[in-house]
Design a protein. Structure first.
Length: 375
């Protein structure tokens, strides 16, 4: 069992997903046919032997609680340790602000969670990412280096898609020498990497930071670490995992469509470490003789009588005869009637589309239909 506790920031409050996160945090948005985005960070910690995990929750936390329950599906319904809901600070409305990824005020308001445990380290992760990482190697690296902080990173190959990421430089011993907003790919030395919003920090040092800086309000933990590079021993530990950050409809759509690639599914789902989620005892999906399905993921409990191509269909969806679903994501309990055509669209839960309708978006701007809409 790991000598660490976990904290997941599941309170990415602003809705930059065109309504998909209007009544739920990004961490609770359904993903991949049967999961929630939060499942990936939570499962990674559990698979790493972490049995005490605190979830920084937003003000609209009911969808999270409905999904998590007491944490049984993640083996967290325990007498010792388990799952803790930590009320987060409401940061206000507006676009996603990277500088508030790890708001220190959230930690200050829940410092009792840190004080009551005697684990040496704390693993902190954002809750808006898709990955499957076992932190055991990183925790061993953290101990071997006698690090105060270890930042999990991926090496930079192309910075074009990393506009929202924080970068840092390391020496040959992986000690971090600089943390910055931009990267110069032309520089060969020192080693350059981008931070994947996951870190390991000594618990006592984190408590000391909270004591010193909490009066400054919602300052980001990374900003404090950047200001103390000369004081703290900060190292970088690499990961080979796929990392997909969900902050916009486009990123949600693209990361979902990535799952149609067998290699991506294999790296996320088919390895030794499983991604756990809430169990539902649905019957198998029923395919009629008129069904035509290709290169798609279809969950349990559905009835499929139409054509499905390059799409992801969640649980308990009904697709009637003659409908065509292409390059789309259909969330649970939707009902698509006969002869409907849907292309490049995302339908939230319990949407009903009546006969003969045509819904069309594009790969760059998928059409989003809000929860319980009737068309």
């Amino acid at each position: 069992m790991s000598n660490a506790i976990g904290i997941i920031y599941a309170n990415s409050a602003p809705d930059s997903l065109q309504g998909l996160a209007l009544e739920r945090p990004i961490a609770a948005v359904p993903f991949g046919g049967r999961y929630r985005i939060l499942d990936f960070a939570l499962s990674s910690m559990v698979n790493s032997g972490i049995r005490t995990i605190g979830l920084v929750a937003p003000h609209q936390y009911r969808p999270l609680m409905d999904h998590l329950g007491a944490g049984k599906a993640w083996f967290l319904d325990r007498k010792d340790g388990g799952l803790f809901i930590l009320p987060g600070v409401f940061h206000g409305l507006g676009e996603y602000d990277r500088n508030h990824t790890f708001c220190l005020k959230d930690l200050h308001n829940n410092r009792e969670y840190l004080e009551k445990d005697f684990a040496e380290n704390v693993v902190i992760s954002s809750g808006d990412q898709i990955f499957n990482i076992n932190f055991k190697n990183a925790l061993e690296f953290h101990a071997d280096k006698q690090a105060d902080v270890t930042l999990i990173y991926k090496e930079i190959k192309n910075s074009g898609n990393l506009t929202d990421q924080m970068f840092f430089e390391m020496d040959k011993d992986h000690k971090v020498s600089n943390i910055k907003d931009k990267v110069d790919l032309k520089k060969a030395q020192p080693v350059q990497a981008y931070f994947v919003n996951i870190l390991i920090i000594r618990r006592e040092i984190l408590l000391d930071i909270i004591n010193k800086y909490s009066a400054l309000g919602c300052i980001d933990l990374i900003d404090i670490l950047t200001a103390n590079l000369d004081v703290l021993n900060i190292y970088g530990s690499p990961t080979c995992s796929l990392i997909g950050t969900i902050r916009t409809v486009k990123s949600y759509f693209d990361r979902s469509m990535d799952l149609l690639n067998l290699e991506v599914r294999g790296r996320l789902w088919l390895g030794e470490d499983q991604i756990h989620t809430k169990i539902k005892d649905n019957p198998p999906t029923r395919y009629t003789s008129q069904a035509n399905v290709s290169n798609s993921l279809i969950a349990s409990g559905c009835t499929i009588a139409g054509e499905v191509v390059n799409s992801i269909i969640f649980r308990e969806v009904i697709l009637e005869q003659g409908c065509q679903i292409k390059d789309s994501i259909i969330l649970p309990k939707c009902h698509i009637h006969a002869n409907v055509q849907i292309n490049y669209a995302i339908l939230d839960k319990s949407v009903q589309v009546n006969d003969e309708n045509v819904l069309t978006g594009s790969s760059d701007n998928p059409l989003v239909v809000l929860k319980k809409t009737v068309i």
